[in-house]
Design a protein around this ligand. Sequence first.
Ligand code: XIL
Length: 386
Amino acid sequence: MIHHRLTRRQMIQLGVGAAAGIGAIPRPRGTDLSLLQSSESGGDLAANMAQQPSLKYQAIASGLIYGAASSMKDLKNDQPFQTQFVRECQMLVSEWELKWDAVRPTPSTYNFAAGDWLVQFARSHGLLLRGHTLVWHWLPQWFEQTVNRQNAERFLTEHITTVAKRYAGQVHSWDVVNEAIHLDDGRADGLRNTPWLQRLGPDYIEIAFRAAAKADPKALLVYNDYGLEYDNRDDEAKRSAVLKLLERLKSKNVPVHAFGMQSHLMGHEARLNPGKLRRFLSDVASLGLKILITELDVVDQNLPKDIVVRDRIVATAYERYLSVALDEPAVIAVITWGLSDRYTWLSRFYPRKDKLPVRSLPLNDKLDRKLAWSAIAQSFKGRSSR
Ligand code: XIL
């Protein structure tokens, strides 16, 4: 989850510069009109975008996986959306269906109906599947009163074993532990004071990864976190704490195989430091870990009203971030947290004060490709296959 607030300096920094680094793209069919209005070259900005290979294929050509998070409710009931999802994505991430509050209605029961549907959907459409997430601090209502120090390890290992075993062999990667670092909680190790930490201490993370490795030896096991992208004191401190956590886990031979960098970008936040970001990714990779960009989107909450300007800032945020991140050979996947503005968590969690629909993802709410789409596509282009 992201908790950035605009500083006065950031407000002043807020530029509306052209979408730097985005080459002119010929006019497409079925394109978001804002692209045509915004083109400096008389509407040629996206002449044939509709014919361009999908993000899926452009990522494959660069040795990457592109995918997006989605949910049964969106995929099952919206055929046009489903069609675009399968066209653009090689990977599907369960936005909700495999979380505790989805699969654990009560302490003694599991409900896999939604999870099974999503796994079946992925299989029947040839999509790789990412499982999200086996351990997080967002827990069902019953947890607080039911799970205590004495039974916490049993609850944790039984949950992971039951869920991961059910889908063993069908999951490309699991976010085993999500968002375990939270420096505001004041611990020297930076660990978030989650219900799991309160009951099991820091070892809950190792317990989780070992249980996941036993339950599904084929899945790539990922530690996933956010708030690491920018050149500010908080992100710098969090990068250091995450790196130390990963180093500790690797030094104890804990089976963590990859790091998931959520990458919820701030459209208004101009301060990327390419050197620091690249150094962090390189340090993570030097631990022998793969890296996935797991929840990429751009918060446009404080961006200008004008959608042409807003689309450019959003596209620039994608282009600047990915042009650095994809320099790291250990990065294997780019996943956006949603594919279309029609379905994004940002509408609810980071709504605009002017109540205008957010415009954060590669496709607009009519499922047309936007400048953001071309920025992501451009970042894949010209990358030699890894
Ligand atoms: C979000 C979902 O997108 C929402 O639909 C849900 O209501 C809350 O969780 N980081 C994460 C994801 O790891 O699990 C969160 O997903 C977004 C932030």
